[in-house]
Design a protein around this ligand. Sequence first.
Ligand SMILES: Cc1ncc(C[n+]2csc(CCOP(=O)(O)OP(=O)(O)O)c2C)c(N)n1
Length: 282
Amino acid sequence: MLRNAPLDSPDIDALKARATNLRRHMLSMARGQGQGYIGQGLGIADLLAALYFHELRYDPQDVKWIGRDRFLLSTGHYSIALWAALAEVGIIPVEELTTYGADGSRLEMSTLDTTPGVELIGGSLGHGLGQAVGQALGLRLAKSAARVFVELSDGEMQEGSTWEAAMSAPHFKLDGLVALIDCNGIQADGPVVLDMEPVAEKWRAFGWETLEIDGNDMAAVVGALMLSRHANGMPKAIVLRTSPGKGVARIEQSEKSHFFRVDPTEWNAIIAEFEKSVGEAA
Ligand SMILES: Cc1ncc(C[n+]2csc(CCOP(=O)(O)OP(=O)(O)O)c2C)c(N)n1
């Protein structure tokens, strides 16, 4: 029961251990399917661990609890990371992760909101921020103190709908809205196509209170989330610089980190390498 989160004194080592577990879940899902959007998932593992084990108010026994903070994953294809987090917090069974991407599974390669704990149907990029603005407005009308967190990607900043929503949130003074912008530098076929820099300056110019951090530094992630709590009339943006494939050198260095497909022998080698590096860091 995490209804009393967010916490004031984060245990950074415990959160890092959660992020390691999330990466472990993701690797086993991708090995089971032989493929997946694993690079992105590994990149945002630290963010999801910090959200689900530190910042968000929610109840794993009652996912529709009206007072819950909402986490919207705008990039539906990052679903592997969300499934890992929902299993780690006990909203879906860990054993179900083996069904990732299989026909008939609730754990699709892109999110569906019929799966418990999912707040947004993913797949069509560029809609998450607009939906988050709508949800934040709805919560205000309902006089709720719940906050709305929305992840979006650097690729989604190339969509006009993102900037329409980015303009509206400061207009409505949605200070309980937090945009988590995953700048991992990649898009479908390689590096991000349009130069979006300076990202943080753009969000500031649109009226967002903006921080830019290393999204794979747990202390920085938790610190930024804690700073996003104050009610000052401004929506918050956290620009996270993440490394696709974080924690697995072979994926980090791969040119195909957007969608990673290798044979079972290589998956086994990847997981062995991952476990070795976790053991060495312990
Ligand atoms: C509106 C829309 N256009 C195109 C796609 C196809 N598509 C799926 S993933 C992807 C790459 C997007 O890049 P980014 O969002 O930065 O994600 P990453 O490369 O980090 O996975 C694209 C273009 C889509 N899902 N939705």
